[in-house]
Design a protein around this ligand. Structure first.
Ligand SMILES: Nc1ncnc2c1ncn2[C@@H]1O[C@H](COP(=O)(O)OP(=O)(O)OP(=O)(O)O)[C@@H](O)[C@H]1O
Ligand SMILES: Nc1ncnc2c1ncn2[C@@H]1O[C@H](COP(=O)(O)OP(=O)(O)OP(=O)(O)O)[C@@H](O)[C@H]1O
Lengths: 220, 220
């Protein structure tokens, strides 16, 4: 059971807080608007919310912020408040800060302040939606363990038109081919040494992470 | 090569537009702020942007909006403008509208207007970040083809403490077990009939989509 601190209870922050709570962790939620704090208390979606201005380092200090597993700074529209809050947290010894940024410049400043991970919700969701619409969401790489991954890799040009055995992928790259996705979208599990590979094919491979990377770089 | 219309070029909309353009499709981008339109033209990240108030159905009509593959309404902070724009598009015969909503109520109204898909970028990213921090991001289900999927399934209670052969999963559910993720996070590919299954194990299975669903329902 971990404890987390979330500062800023807009749509992003309140959802971060709620998922922590739903999964059995302790969460302290802070916002400087009494109205926001009251409404999240009334919703009963988390256990504890407190009104506080996080740019006020004295109030922040009283919360022993360095004791939290991680602190999430979810203040969006005021870059100043987000940056001041982050600076306060670093000053108070918080090691793990995750923050959302409203612009690239905002993100660069947070990076300089030692924020471990920066999230751009609107930009990232925009890119992900467009890819979904285009049918471009692929497995990319899914790590089975520290060494072995399953990945979907676009067929390198040099293998267009060859049969699987002609490519010698298995021996050269130590990768097993689990399935082939033809353009049109569906994976076929019928993969034999005679299978002929086409441009626009995607290969579902399993193997060591380094070998997958090496294979992926053939495209560039 | 498809053509898309994106209305509203904030962080979300401009990123949707950019990904379409990067992938070789045509994109018409609209915003009612000249400054925003000029800046996206200067950035050269898309081919065509025009200043226009999308709540003005006459201007919208001139664009022959019903000819686009899909229209993305990316107006966030003005619920009124987002809803009026969407109503205009439906009136002009647009079939496929995807819109972002700033609140649940905003989303409900868009649904009633026949929007095909509604996105809540801040809320969805907040949930996804919290899950990432908790190490809860799993493969869920990845469809290899119309019938066969790879999925990660939490071990049903009734199999706790049994060996793999005792569970008879392969014969009962027609699923192959590719790997087991022990609590702690890493998948082990060493799976034999003698492997003993524990609470908190996640099984990486491959099989028919219906069988995976049946197996997943054992947990509930
Ligand atoms: N100095 C501060 N201390 C504590 N909370 C703050 C401070 N400044 C802003 N907040 C709170 O942070 C929350 C989120 O900030 P804001 O609404 O500006 O960002 P947002 O990016 O629009 O939010 P979201 O997109 O997550 O809905 C607000 O509820 C606001 O009251
Ligand atoms: N009626 C309208 N017609 C065309 N564009 C509009 C209209 N109303 C707003 N916009 C544009 O939509 C864009 C996005 O809207 P806004 O900034 O309000 O939403 P947002 O949710 O904060 O954006 P994001 O989170 O994507 O950055 C703005 O650039 C704005 O100029």
């Amino acid at each position: 059971k971990k404890n987390f601190l979330v500062i800023g209870l807009g749509r992003f922050g309140s959802n971060v807080a709620r998922v922590f709570y739903e999964n059995g962790h302790d969460i302290l939620a802070i916002d400087n608007s009494m109205e926001v704090v009251q409404s999240i208390i009334d919703s009963k979606t988390i256990n504890d919310a407190v009104q506080l201005d996080a740019t006020d380092s004295n109030s922040l200090k009283k919360l022993e912020v360095e004791k939290f597993e991680a602190v999430i700074v979810a203040i969006g529209s005021s870059i100043e408040d987000s940056v001041l809050t982050t600076a306060n947290l670093r000053e108070l010894g918080v090691k793990k800060i995750i923050a959302k940024a409203s612009t690239e410049m905002h993100g660069k400043i947070l990076e300089k302040l030692g924020v471990e991970k920066i999230v751009y919700p609107e930009a990232e969701m925009g890119r992900s939606l467009a890819k979904q619409i285009l049918g471009l969401n692929t497995l990319d790489e899914f790590a089975l363990n520290e060494n072995v991954s399953i990945a979907e890799v676009a067929l390198p040009k040099e293998f267009h038109g060859k049969t699987l055995s002609e490519t010698n992928i298995r021996l050269t790259y130590n990768l097993n081919i689990l399935a082939i996705r033809r353009s049109g979208g569906d994976f076929s599990l019928t993969v034999t040494p005679q299978t002929s590979l086409q441009p626009d094919d995607y290969l579902l491979v399993i193997g060591n992470h380094e070998n997958i990377e090496r294979f992926q770089h053939l495209r560039e």
